[in-house]
Design a binder for this molecule. Structure first.
Ligand code: MOS
Length: 727
């Protein structure tokens, strides 16, 4: 199905199942321990061995030799497979750094060997006996230092590195009120709960891999490239995933190591990436330095807005696209944005939840707060005044829907914004209390997505797609979609995900998963409805699928009878026309936060948080809310604690575990509320839905920074907003 016109009324609009607050259909499997995660899989013969990965001890250089004799003789060891053994390998499409193979070292903890033994403990023990001789080279590890040598990137992830409209320099110079400030965000780690893990089993030249992946088809292709085999020879399974946040978008070393190790010993091999390897072996969100300039008239109209961002990555990498939202969020005739990329020899920088917008808004939305203060305006009113219904860089191009002002208004009312006082005007005991606001913005991305649906004589509707559920609720919203389309209750729908034998879906990333994967299921269900109608001699356009029946006029046939003993199948996918060229599709929201800051220690505690989201149709308010409160929690981490600390002499992230890389826990989050605006966007898909999981993060950290300013009168521009910076 090609989606090229705005969606008309369709069966989803009935909203009998879709849009209902249905609890996760996979929840029981998860809480009862029956949902199998990657490391819990067993090969049927039960003959798997354990692989323990070894990471490079230098950040840049070459391996001269690996002496694995002692490791090879250690108890239980079956084989040591080194990067020299497998030799140079072609890199997959989606990674910047190689995952395994060859003698070159591109970053610290890049995989250099896997030790395979009968038990995990034996493998780990033997791994410590490897003797590796390196030729170390000097590297570049400080963004601050590398910033001056940053260049305009060749590849900015499909976007223009620079944009310019009107005369920014002239308009900024002549503006009545101006702001010119620098902000910074640190390297951040996905630190999802479930570490990367894989079990690889070969059968002749065919490989089956159980793993933890957000994008089945991307992984399958890149694994085939790295192994040098046909994609068709690989079956990849990832039905349950304990979080990803972008850290499992692209093939990871555990999968490659398990595949090579299993081949080498002729038995299945399991490899989990130990938590201490996660920070430096995998990807992370790159640090940014951002300069923002805003010029406005005294009455608060923005006349000039400029945003530049510097980030670093390995050679061949991409910039953190932190200026993307500034191209679209506020009006202003004269504008410029620019991204610059420095070469760093730290681990690969890559997508982490809301790549671009999340760190971009961490800066922009502080700048907007500062500007409002300079203007003597309320920060909500200042944002509203500079709203735009057109893409500010292409004034012919409207937003499909944009209710930022509605989110700000409703949020202000519900949060009690009118009680916000001047900076440092409210105290409770030792606590200085303040409120902050930020706009939320995230683009709505579209990827093709396919599915297969089958209705059998028992009346069970089975959905198969390689879509993943990273904890987001994919199983549930897909079941809701199929149930709505065929007029069945949700308990008649069985959903199977995360298996490369199923049609290729959009996968989970960029908050596109929900809208795209359900649209693919919608398309497959249209095909199934046509097949059922054809079998009955009904005109499918007039047939009504409701209450477990298909009806035409006064004829009603139970669905189970309609499909017959053989059952019927529908398979199709959604592809996207050029609606997203002619129209800008984005999601909007407003974040409100109240903090208390200890006047003696400078410690910040969150007191209340509210998110108001305008993100198209909400397919399930329970799972959507859970996405948003999780994202808000991540925003608290981003504001207050999260930072991969760089050892700039040796070139690695020092705090490589959850003791050193601090993410919020329940006790840090006292009260969260989420409100969804009533919306359905006919331009986004037949589902009229958009993404919300990343929108929930965008702006949160800035709202906290702004609340800290309101509480203390101290303006913080460099994350994380730790107490030492209050001095
Ligand atoms: Mo998200 S960073 O695209 O998983």
């Amino acid at each position: 199905m090609k989606f090229e016109k705005p969606a008309e009324m369709n069966p989803i609009d009935r909203m009998k199942v879709v849009g209902q607050p249905i609890r996760r259909i996979d929840g029981e499997l998860k809480v009862s321990g029956q949902a199998k995660y990657a490391y819990e899989w067993h090969d049927p013969a039960g003959r798997y061995a354990y692989g323990y990965p070894v990471g490079s001890a230098i950040a840049k250089g070459h391996i001269l030799a690996i002496d694995s004799e002692a490791a090879q003789r250690a108890p239980g060891v079956l084989k040591v497979v080194t990067t020299l053994d497998v030799g140079d390998r072609e890199k997959g499409k989606f990674n910047t750094a190689k995952l395994f193979g060859g003698s070159e070292i591109q970053h610290y903890h890049q995989a250099v060997a896997v030790v395979v033994a009968e038990t995990f403990e034996q493998a780990r023990d033997a791994a410590a006996l490897l003797k590796i001789e390196y030729a170390e080279e000097a590297g570049s590890f400080s963004l601050k230092e590398a910033k001056s040598s940053a260049v305009k990137p060749k590849d900015a992830g499909g976007s223009e590195p620079d944009t310019s409209v009107g005369d920014f320099t002239g308009a900024f110079r002549s503006a009545e009120v101006t702001l010119d400030e620098e902000y910074s965000t640190p390297d951040q780690s996905h630190s999802m709960m479930e570490p990367h893990a894989s079990l690889a089993a070969w059968d002749g030249d065919e490989l089956t891999l159980w793993t933890s992946s957000q994008m089945i088809d991307w992984w399958r292709g890149d694994l085939a490239t790295t192994l040098g085999i046909d994609k068709e020879k690989i079956t990849l399974m990832s039905p349950f995933i304990g979080g990803g946040f972008g850290g499992k978008l692209f093939l990871r070393a555990d999968a490659v190591l398990a595949a090579f190790a299993a081949k080498a010993i002729g038995r299945p091999v399991k490899v989990a990436l130990p938590r201490p390897l996660m920070a430096n072996n995998t990807t992370h969100r790159p640090a940014t330095i951002q300069r923002i300039r805003i010029g406005a008239s005294k009455d608060g109209k923005i006349s000039a807005i400029g945003h530049e961002s510097w980030s670093g990555d390995l050679a061949g990498g991409q910039p953190e696209a932190a200026v993307m939202q500034t191209r679209l969020l506020y009006a202003g005739k004269n504008r410029m944005t620019a991204m610059r990329l420095a070469t760093l020899n730290l681990a690969e920088g890559n997508a982490m939840r809301a790549p671009g917008e999340a760190p971009g808004l961490m800066a922009l939305e502080i700048a907007m707060d500062e500007m409002a203060e300079k203007l003597g305006m309320d920060p909500v009113a200042f944002r509203k005044l500079n709203d735009t219904q057109m893409d500010p860089e292409n004034p012919e191009r409207p937003f499909t829907q944009r209710n930022l002002n509605g989110c700000l208004d409703l949020g202000a009312e519900r949060f009690g914004w009118k009680n916000r006082g001047k900076p440092r005007s409210r105290t409770e005991g030792n606590m200085l209390i303040g409120m902050g606001v930020a706009a939320a913005f995230r683009n709505n991305l579209l990827l093709p997505s396919a599915a297969r649906v089958r209705l059998d004589q028992s009346g069970t509707l089975t959905v198969e797609t390689d879509m993943t559920d990273i904890g987001t609720g994919s199983y549930t919203i897909i079941a809701q979609t199929a149930a709505e389309m065929l007029g069945l209750p949700i308990n008649r729908v069985a959903v199977h995900l995360g298996d490369s034998r199923f049609p290729v879906s959009a996968g989970s990333g960029g908050q596109f998963g929900a809208n795209c994967s359900t649209s693919g299921v919608y398309a497959a269900c249209v095909k199934l409805r046509e097949a059922i109608a054809a079998k009955l001699g009904f005109n499918s356009a007039d047939a009504v699928f409701e209450d477990g029946q298909v009806r035409l006029g006064n004829r009603a046939v139970p669905l189970a009878d309609a499909v017959g003993t053989e059952g019927l199948t529908g398979e199709d996918g959604v592809e996207w026309g050029d609606l997203s060229e002619t129209h800008q599709q984005s999601t909007f929201g407003a974040h409100f936060v109240e903090v208390g800051v200890d006047r003696f220690t400078g410690e910040t505690r969150i007191r209340r948080m509210l998110a108001v989201c305008a993100a198209g149709r909400i397919l399930n308010p329970v799972t959507a809310r859970s996405q948003v409160i999780g994202a808000m929690t991540m925003g608290v981490g981003g504001a207050l604690t999260e930072e991969l600390a760089v050892d700039e002499r040796r070139g690695f992230f020092v705090n490589h575990d959850l003791a050193g890389y601090e993410v919020p826990v329940h006790a840090d989050i006292p009260h969260q509320e989420v409100i969804f605006m009533e919306e359905a966007d006919p331009y986004s898909s037949p589902m009229k839905a958009k993404g919300v999981g990343e929108l929930g993060l965008c702006g949160v950290s800035a709202a906290i920074a702004n609340a800290i300013y309101n509480a203390t009168g101290v303006r913080l521009r460099h994350y994380p907003l730790t107490l030492d910076k209050m001095l």
